[in-house]
Design a protein around this ligand. Structure first.
Ligand code: C5P
Length: 230
């Protein structure tokens, strides 16, 4: 069996991370959530006054601190997903809040931020045997990835999922606010100049709206083995 890189891209809350995590566990690969890295940089910017009250970003200040930021994944319990650590602090929970979601796309638009995080992601790729999910993994981070999936589902379906997820975590949320955030992030992610969200030409499209998690895993494993065992 070949060691490969699996790139899973798609819109916000399309179920990419569940899918990537499922596949990684089933084949013994490491799962890397690239969105968590953008979220950690955003949290840092928010905590340090670099996100102004009108939502704009103090790009110069953020650029200055970027090279020194500690962005790393740590596995706390064997067999469980890694947590995101920012300068040594476990921020896994905080980066998933609606406040961070509201500011992450303007931060992820900045070329300096993308370049810094893309370099870290490629470092993980050198080790190989990874499943990474995001927006530009198959197009920019790993254009040569052996397996590329592009996931899609309607904004309403994705908002319903995200809303339920946040409720399960005990967050106070409003469905309309979740939907508005998804539509806004889609718009920024698709229309940004730097590495916009789009399907790589050689990515396989998966509309998972009507698939159960089991069906999805079977589908992914069949694709994985057709590539890795070839
Ligand atoms: O995947 P998740 O929704 O957690 O990602 C948060 C945000 O980070 C996205 O809305 C997008 O703006 C940005 N992102 C990105 N490129 C990636 C992963 C995430 O621009 N590879």
């Amino acid at each position: 069996m070949k060691d490969i890189i699996v790139a899973i891209d798609g819109y916000s809350s399309s179920g990419k991370s569940t899918m990537a995590r499922q596949l990684a566990r089933a084949v013994g690969y490491t799962y890397i959530d690239s969105g968590a890295m953008y979220r950690a940089v955003t949290l840092y910017a928010m905590r340090n006054g670099m996100v102004r009250s009108d939502g704009s970003i103090d790009v110069e200040a953020l650029e200055r601190v970027l090279p020194g930021l500690g962005i790393e994944f740590r596995v706390l319990k064997p067999g469980e997903s890694a947590h995101m650590f920012l300068n040594g602090e476990d921020v896994e929970r905080e980066i998933r809040s609606l406040e961070v979601s509201a500011h992450v796309s303007p931060v992820a638009k900045l070329p300096q931020v993308r370049n810094a995080l893309t370099a870290i992601m490629r470092g993980y790729g050198r080790v190989g045997r990874i499943v990474m999910d995001g927006r530009d993994i198959g197009t920019t981070v790993f254009p040569d990835a052996e397996m590329k999936i592009f996931v899609n589902a309607s904004a309403q379906e994705r908002a319903r999922r995200r809303y339920r997820e946040l409720l399960d975590k005990g967050e106070q949320v409003d469905y309309d606010a979740v939907l508005a955030n998804i539509i806004e992030r889609d718009d920024i992610d698709v229309n940004r100049a730097e590495s916009p969200l789009r399907k790589a030409d050689d990515a396989i499209m998966l509309d998972n709206g009507s698939m159960t998690p089991d069906e999805q895993l079977r589908w992914l494993l069949a694709k994985f083995h057709s590539i890795a065992d070839a």
